[in-house]
Design a protein around this ligand. Structure first.
Ligand SMILES: C[S@@+](CC[C@H](N)C(=O)[O-])C[C@H]1O[C@@H](n2cnc3c(N)ncnc32)[C@H](O)[C@@H]1O
Length: 219
């Protein structure tokens, strides 16, 4: 598999993609389910929200978000992986208000509507910084005024201060872009694009974070 960004850890091979949800459950010793439920609850989804999911993966998150939506809500998932597309369509087949688009999130793109929320879960860390900035701009462009960008990802932390039983798996399993991401000030990064009214929720001993940032009503 030829990667768009050779050092990226979020461009997954077909085998990992096919077993992604199971691997997350195993690697987190069964804690992933409770964690993702909590994070999605913390997004404060409203019944009629239109949600755009960047790098949506298997649809596991979309199915959870659908629990908060009425039949007027809607989720569009964007991903480049065919293995993820198959799973998303299967997992979300019971939800007519979901769609999957095979679409890159790292280049400028147009969709025919604006969204109340853009969600991105464990994707942003896996890109070089200048490409992360393209993704943030894409989120801003696709939000309605007053809409929120919901980034679920690694928090800011000092890798060397981690206990060895967290540090070793992180160092072995994550890509170099992730090591750079955890040292950056995400709030400052988002402010540079015009986002404000930040809310943060921390999980997994403060190593993971949901950052909610608002697109101002007037921008
Ligand atoms: C680590 S997985 C996370 C999946 C999902 N967000 C979740 O939390 O379960 C990263 C996802 O980003 C997708 N991805 C990687 N690069 C992408 C790109 N340039 N455009 C769109 N999706 C991308 C991958 O195919 C994969 O599904």
């Amino acid at each position: 598999m030829k990667k768009l960004y050779p050092e990226s850890g979020v461009e997954l091979n077909p085998f990992i993609s096919k077993h992604y949800d199971t691997l997350m459950n195993l690697l987190s010793f069964g804690k992933y389910k409770g964690f993702i439920h909590r994070a999605i609850k913390d997004m404060q989804i409203q019944k009629e929200d239109a949600i755009l999911d960047f790098g949506c993966g298997t649809g596991r998150n979309a199915c959870l978000m659908m629990q908060y939506l009425s039949d007027k809500g809607f989720i569009t998932g964007l991903d480049i992986s065919e293995a993820m597309e198959v799973q998303f369509k299967k997992n979300c087949s019971r939800y007519p208000n979901t769609e999957f688009l095979n679409h890159r999130i790292d280049l400028p793109f147009q969709l025919d509507k604006k969204y109340d929320k853009v969600f991105i879960s464990f994707v942003l860390h896996g890109f070089p910084q200048n490409i992360r900035e393209n993704i943030i701009q894409n989120a801003f462009n696709h939000l309605k005024p007053g809409g929120t960008f919901n980034i679920l990802d690694f928090a800011e932390f000092d890798m060397n201060a981690m206990p060895f039983y967290y540090r070793i798996p992180f160092q072995k399993g994550e890509c170099p872009y992730a090591f750079d991401f955890i040292e950056r000030d995400l709030k400052q990064m988002l402010s540079g694009f015009g986002f404000d009214d930040f809310k943060e929720h921390l999980y997994f001993k403060k190593y993971a974070r949901l950052m909610v940032a608002r697109k101002p009503e007037k921008s």
